[in-house]
Design a protein around this ligand. Sequence first.
Ligand SMILES: Cc1ncc(COP(=O)(O)O)c(C=O)c1O
Length: 314
Amino acid sequence: MSIDYYEHVWHNGEFIAWKDATIHVASHVVSYASSLFEGIRCYQTPQGPGVFRLPEHTDRLVNSCKIYRMELSYSREQLQQAMVELVRTNQAQHCYIRPIVFRGYGEVGVNAMKNPIEIYLLAWRWGKYLGAEALANGVDVCVSSWHRMAPNTMPAMAKAASNYMNAQLIKMEAITNGYVEGIALDHAGQISEGSGENIFVVKDGKVYTPPLASSVLPGITRDSVITLAREMGFTLTEQALPREILYIADEVFFTGTAAEITPIRSVDRIVVGAGKPGPITKKLQERFLSIVEGRAEDKYGWLTMCAQPVAASR
Ligand SMILES: Cc1ncc(COP(=O)(O)O)c(C=O)c1O
């Protein structure tokens, strides 16, 4: 497998070649997972490439760093501008942007405070994360035997590399057992989220999603779906959800930058609703995709357009 990457990588304020974006194995991050990152989609629209919710993704990155006592030498605005430049320099019509902040090469040992903080912005082409068919027909998933982090162990609100060791256990177990994805419960046995997605449940026309206290990443797609569901007049509640609601729900779906809005058609081989994407899932999916693909008005200002400014004509 190879990465369908864009050549130019932003590193601490300068563009370098993809092949030069390397680190020493003694870097702090390699032993101690001291890395915070983001995943952002830049969509192709009739008006040129548009980055989805760039300020919110940047805020989450800065917040992740704050939790881990990492001070960045770039402002939110500078980081946003750098990501727009990344898209432009690579002449990307659409891409997945991966900002990574980590503790680099310097001291060895757990104390991270003296190691330099490195920032890289990468971009690559990424299709449909859970498979081409997933968005249209839904996916078969399981409840994982692995739970998400208990409160006050690893901060779930930070998009930290270390949390993805937990996510890898969830994902690998699911795939090994013949599922596309796993749903983790939280420390109390309530529904938390997928290895890389938030989760929503529809029951009797109402929409539910677990609250942040259920060890979930504050997903930007989750937030967008909450906005769209309310715009469409659905009652949406953030509340603790018992595992068994997954089996008797009318509809269940994942949300995430990579997964977008992916219907779930079975959980633990128990068919969800009619076993195909339900009407509310489909409505939300279509509304979401119409905005990000530039087919509908960007009413909430979610896209940061990256088309090169046209030189003013005299
Ligand atoms: C663990 C986890 N939960 C939820 C999400 C969804 O978040 P977002 O919609 O911001 O991509 C992701 C993906 O980033 C994730 O990795």
